[in-house]
Design a protein around this ligand. Structure first.
Ligand SMILES: O=C(O)CCC(=O)C(=O)O
Ligand SMILES: [Fe+2]
Length: 360
């Protein structure tokens, strides 16, 4: 492989979303955004409009949430949820074939379960959150946060569409009724374990776009992204910002012009908290529809440039891109089952083998 370091990013662009509110400054923001989308796949947003209080309410709740006793965590175990919502402990989730050294609560916007025998299995992903009864203040905090992130996600998508010379609403019809928020704790590791897998190398497969809050002080590091040369680039904490990155479905819809970028988290000597919000994609979106939607638009010469991805990045598992499954929802369910095999065996026995062993 010929490496071309001059075309590899070495830091993550920072975008000031307040530039969008003035017709004089918006074009500058759209240019920066287009560069970030097509050449990096990761960016920070600042002046994003999410109220500081909504964020600090959740951040301040994290130590108490993760300090809940084992029984309170067991009460909301993800292992009991066919919707893959709830608590999962350190090492229970697998990425890139290895156990992740993190514990997490997975939430979604509050929905009723509507799946019944005979409906597509992917619709069983929809359902209510298990809330820990020991923390009655939690639902309001999380729901307010998810509401704000949903709104930010839509504002951001309009800018993305404009920056790619599309009508502002172009990407909204792809959104799901379900968005997911992971609340994650990477426990401090002992000296001889520092650098172990917090979460292994992956592209985000859960959504359209990811909006990540790094909820620890700037001296706590861990998140890294892979550039085209195959180097891991640090994504340090920028106070009052979100880190935003492209999910695999968006890569498909832009015919690879905007690539989902591979990233990972290394465990360290300090506790680290993060909150990735995964903006959801319609479960019934077919690959055909996704690829066809803007095919001509993204085939234009202005969008065709050299590959922005390293070889390792190209190797990352992507069932939807490889076209194994009919719909986004099915490929999403496959990812969930592979990450949480206990839930897969318990609630999705009929497709468990098919999803877990389909690349053997
Ligand atoms: O914890 C982080 O900073 C990133 C987590 C992540 O990449 C993920 O959960 O998909
Ligand atoms: Fe991720």
């Amino acid at each position: 492989m010929v490496l071309s370091p001059t075309h590899s990013f070495t830091e993550i662009p920072r975008l000031d979303l307040s530039l969008a509110s003035d017709a004089e400054t918006e074009p500058r923001l759209l240019r920066q955004l287009r560069y970030a989308l097509t050449q990096v796949g990761f960016l920070y947003v600042e002046n994003h409009g999410v109220p500081a209080g909504t964020i600090s309410d959740v951040v301040d709740a994290l130590p108490a949430l993760f300090a809940l006793p084992a029984e309170a965590k067991a009460e909301v175990a993800l292992g009991n949820s066919p919707h893959f919502l709830g608590y999962s402990g350190v090492g229970s989730e697998t990425t890139a074939g290895g156990p992740d050294r993190r514990e997490q609560f997975e939430f979604a916007n509050e929905l009723t379960a509507t799946w019944a025998e005979g409906m597509p299995l992917r619709d069983r992903l929809r359902g209510p959150n298990p809330w820990p009864s020991a923390y009655p203040a939690l639902p309001a905090l999380i729901e307010a946060y998810i509401g704000e992130m949903t709104a930010l996600g839509e504002r951001f998508l309009r800018l993305v569409a404009k920056s790619l010379s599309l009508p502002p609403d172009a990407f909204l019809p792809f959104l799901s009724d379900q968005h997911r928020l992971k609340v994650v704790h990477y426990p401090a590791l002992a000296e001889d374990e520092a650098g172990a897998q917090g979460v292994g190398p992956h592209k985000d497969s859960s959504g359209w776009w990811t909006f990540l809050l790094q909820a620890s002080p700037p001296h706590v590091r861990g998140l890294q992204v892979l550039n085209k040369s195959g180097d891991w680039v640090d994504v340090p904490v920028v106070p009052d910002s979100f880190v935003v990155n492209i999910g695999q479905a968006f890569e498909v819809v832009t015919n690879g012009v905007c690539k989902a970028t591979t990233h990972r988290v290394l465990g360290g000597l300090l506790d680290r908290f993060s909150l990735p919000f995964f903006q959801g994609v319609r479960r019934d979106l077919t690959k055909e529809e996704a690829v066809g939607a803007f095919q001509d638009h993204f085939a234009r010469p202005q969008f065709r440039s050299r590959s922005t991805e390293s070889e390792q990045g190209r190797d990352i598992d992507s069932a939807f891109l490889k076209g194994k499954y009919e719909t986004w929802g099915e490929s999403q369910l496959r990812t969930k089952i592979r990450s949480h095999r206990d839930v897969g065996k318990r609630f999705y026995g009929q497709v468990y083998d098919k999803y877990v062993y389909d690349d053997d």
